[in-house]
Design a protein around this ligand. Structure first.
Ligand code: CS2
Ligand code: MG
Length: 405
């Protein structure tokens, strides 16, 4: 018995930070949700969905998920990129949500069932100086995390990606009509990073998995130098060492260091990263469900990666909504080469706006047994927190030259 899509609504809400949520409703009264959040570009995705996608969905069979994906991707002509793929991602997750609800099964059961009992996760620990960073890492270990990303301040700089000087919880996007401008000095960072991370490793011993995010800022030579200097730290991965556009860079980095490399949170399709996978230039691919065009396409990215022993490790910051996060944990349960899920954490209000079946315990996640993705959307509560413009920062070198943030 086929069903029909009768409605597709887009909601912009800001319970502490902005989220874009899609609700698809079928003639049988089944509702599915998708996340379309692109940090700092929420209005663009909301318009793409409202003006160019939602009208095309009405009347379609919600079970034809792959055909809808191909229709929205290949039928767009101007394709790929974060805005298009986040919009497609929202539709894709909402349709998988509907299909699983109609089957009365948690999504992972429709993706091939569980390949593990629970999904390993990592979270963030950050502090400006090393002693406070050790305390921050200890606090995460006490919460049960078995893997922690460590980010630290850099002497001489007022701000650094991943850590605020005076605020405990790091949220990269700042409210306002224009991006804040930050200063960056790669030389100062490279002088400081190996000692800071070595101090964390000395403090925690060798059992805790440690990760670090270089956040797209190094040249190939600088990345190779840092990777080599960090080999004694035994990182689980060093992330985004170079800007994503120059994928050749990783060939050089790979020649100089065995430090595991992770990349991909700013990629959107398998076409963006297939060289990195087929030539094994990275160890982990990081694309989030929302930014990869949804569950359907991220599965294809992970399937390619599996053939080359590259593992999936989806992006999971506060700006990926609990809807995408829940879908990602279902993928984590059912994808053999899924390694670890980033879980930066959400404010309590976000958990209220997006009630969810996924749960965290003792360093691991579980998607829960609720039919569908298992994440709701409290529209009434969400309406109390309207969209509030916020932008990711822009970075400039000490001489004022614009650089990668
Ligand atoms: C970071 C993100 O979590 C990560 O790995 O790269 O916090 C990233 O800076 C934000 O998602 C950008 O919106
Ligand atoms: Mg990152």
């Amino acid at each position: 018995m086929t069903d029909t899509i009768v409605g597709a609504e887009v909601f912009l809400t800001s319970p502490g930070r902005n989220y874009v949520t899609l609700r698809i409703t079928t003639a049988d009264g089944v509702v599915g949700h998708g996340d379309a959040t692109v940090n700092g570009r929420e209005l663009a995705v909301a318009s793409y969905l409202r003006d160019h996608v939602a009208p095309l969905l009405v009347g379609r069979d919600p079970a034809r998920i792959e055909d809808t994906w191909q229709y929205l991707y290949r039928g767009a002509y101007w394709r790929r990129g974060p805005i298009t793929m986040a919009a497609i991602g929202a539709v894709d997750v909402a349709l998988w949500d509907i299909l699983a609800k109609r089957a009365g099964q948690p999504l992972y059961q429709l993706l091939g069932g569980a390949v593990r009992d629970r999904v390993l996760t990592y979270t963030h620990a950050s502090a400006w100086d090393t002693s406070a960073l050790l305390d921050a890492v200890d606090a995460r270990r006490e919460q049960g995390f078995r893997a922690v990303r460590a980010q630290f301040g850099v002497p001489g700089l007022p701000t650094v990606y991943g850590v605020h000087k005076d605020v405990a919880a790091y949220e990269p996007a700042a409210r306002g009509a224009a991006p804040a401008e930050e200063r960056w000095d790669t030389s100062a960072y490279l002088r400081h990073a190996p000692a800071a991370l070595a101090a964390v490793r000395d403090h925690v011993g060798h059992e805790l998995e440690l990760l670090h995010d270089a956040h797209h800022r190094l040249t190939p030579q600088q990345a190779a130098r840092l990777g080599k200097a960090l080999e004694p730290v035994d990182l689980y991965w060093l992330e985004d060492v170079t800007p994503a556009e120059n994928q050749e860079a990783l060939r050089l980095v790979r020649q100089h260091t065995t430090t595991p490399l992770a990349i991909g949170e700013v990629f959107n399709t398998v076409f963006d990263l297939h060289h990195l996978v087929t030539e094994q230039l990275v160890d982990f691919v990081r694309v989030a469900v929302v930014h990869a065009g949804g569950v359907s396409h991220l599965r294809k990215i992970f399937a390619l990666a599996e053939a080359f022993q590259v593992r999936g490790a989806p992006h999971g910051p506060s700006d990926v909504s609990p809807v995408s996060f829940g879908a990602s944990v279902h993928l984590g349960m059912s994808t053999h080469n899924f390694a670890i899920q980033e879980y930066m954490g959400y404010a309590d209000l976000v958990h209220e706006v997006f009630p969810h079946a996924w749960s965290y315990a003792d360093g691991y996640l579980h998607p829960g047994q609720e039919p569908g993705v298992g994440v709701g959307f409290d529209e009434r509560l969400a309406a109390r927190y309207p969209y509030d413009p916020a932008y990711l920062p822009v970075a400039r070198r000490l001489d004022g030259t614009l650089t990668d943030w």
